[in-house]
Write a protein that binds this ligand. Sequence first.
Ligand code: ADP
Ligand code: MG
Length: 702
Amino acid sequence: MSEATVQGVTNVPDYFGCNVFNEETMKNRLPKNVYKSLLKTKQLGTALDTDVAEVIASAMKEWAIEKGATHYTHWFHPMTGVTAEKHDSFISPTSDGKVIMEFSGKELIKGEPDASSFPSGGLRATFEARGYTAWDPTSPAFVKDGSLYIPTAFCSYTGEILDKKTPLLRSMEVLSEQALRVLRLFGNTTATRVTTTVGPEQEYFLVDKKLYDQREDLILTGRTLFGAKAPKGQELEDHYFGNIKTRVSEYMKELDRELWKLGICSKTKHNEVAPAQHEMAPIFTTSNVAADQNALTMEIMKKVALKHGLVCLLHEKPFAGVNGSGKHNNWSMSTNDGQNLLDPGDDPKDNFQFLTFLAAIIKAVDEYSDLLRLSVASAGNDHRLGANEAPPAIISIFLGDELQTIVDALESGKMIAENQDKEFIIGVEALPNFPKDTTDRNRTSPFAFTGNKFEFRALGSADTIACTNYILNTIVAKELKGFADELENSENFAADLNKLLVKTIKEHKRIIFNGNGYDESWIEEAKRRGLPNLVSTVDAVPHFTDEKNIKVFEEFKVLTRTEIVSRTEILLENYSKIINIEALTMIDMTRKEIIPAAFTFSKELADSMVSKKTIGVNFDAEKRVADKVSCLTNQIVEAVDTLSNDLIKSKEITEAEANARFFRDTVFSSMQSLRAVVDELETITSDKVWPFPAYTDLLFRV
Ligand code: ADP
Ligand code: MG
């Protein structure tokens, strides 16, 4: 039977987005005036009135029921890092003992989940633990597993925001406002909205479910806490873009189908660098939809894997010794009159507009590199950044040769804007052509210009992209505002623009680095340039509350001081909790599985020695191995006791940052020591007694 018949569908266009209440569905099902006011809400962020909401709710319900839904849920992004949902059924009892299916406008617009068990970083300690969810009409509702999913923002009744979507939506607003001001300066009168766009490339690992089930570390922490290297790793570079195994290919096909049904434009798929590692990249969309869809993608990736007897690992570092997984955040800005603001374009008159946006980004990344760094900080991502498989923890911008030449020319005054009849022309030297294909292959840069967008490559695979993007949007909005403030009342725009651009480049060019980010010498060079090198989560996260950072979020009303303080606390606590769980898992596995296995193996060796002795055969070999096993087992017992004592000590440190530091400096290093001896023991122990599957099985037996 062909795959198409199995699915009961033939053409992708026939079923793409079939489970989404998208614009086409709305257009078909809503009265014209209702559809129009919904579009207005989506485009301009205006409020919806209750009558309109009522009509939409009813149409949504009818549609969802046709798709087999019995429930609806407000779907939101609390600070846990995973999405949350609570399902209510549509049923409503009638007087004759039956039920009808109901869904009101009020239920669409607002929900009241009990919020007391979500992390709030002390935010609601003094308030009652009540939060509400509010419909985000800019991200489409969808049907999944018999429920209508309504994307929502999550806030407390006292106004604090408790999620990751609200700041993202706010940051998109402020960026639009400031970008439009700058566009007007260049004579654009048609654009009324600038949206930020994102295409997140998602890396993941697939392992066999039966093997996964035998490893407590994978089950509880998503990564292997022990495991000697397999004899083969990624050194042959034979996996990257290699042909795809049938089993994996079947998985990828089903993943595509499921994503397409949900209107997610899954576009590329391929094998990644590490064995058992793969990647999916969607076509880009607006930031908030991209953030919702990425969260959904991660969930679908895991669910589809189970159907194939596989487990999808989204952890940033499931295996030591081979690459971990990241998420490249391709980011740009586009206008509703059809321009990508980061596309240099062919017409030189556009180039100064492009260079102005570019300069704003350079300035933003330089002034707020600490924020970008902390937006990707997590216990999992700490394993990758700076480990020669992902960009360094030092944030820098890669422009590429062509763009660098232009920026240099600009700085040295060889290229100036002249304003004649409101059209911009380039003075003095000709502007070099921007090659069409400037896709950067320097994979070592954290923040690279790739032709018509920037690619931020430091994100971890498991994290939401919301945080990175609200930070990016806010800091760029801040610089655009500065530019607009300075230029709006200028008497001689061209001359003042020149001055501003030259000054900006001069002051912020230290953030530009086109060399090899993996090189040791870059660390020294970055230090000379005064660029921060925030090596771990614990170094990065506390910068959230630096005055300049609080100031920028407050100025643009994206986050308040209180919200930032609480978020900082949540991030640090989360870090400590993760390391704590990992340490406890290691202790458990060591005491209950590894040490007993060592004893079993010792016993086997001893038995063999005894039998050999009785028949007078030399048993030196057994003795040598047995001595080694005993010695290592001793060290393991000691190391596991040390780790367990560290955890007891950690309880005495209550302040979040100090506690996180203790986890990083003390607990984590004890974990490393324990792992080192266990891994050594694994290499000399018989496969038959080793209690869980080895790296060779996990990485090569899918
Ligand atoms: P590569 O591996 O070379 O980076 P991919 O095709 O894997 O290339 O990924 C490129 C990503 O960039 C895709 O997700 C794509 O949708 C996204 N992208 C392209 N143009 C834009 C844009 N204007 N804004 C945001 N993302 C974009
Ligand atoms: Mg990429």
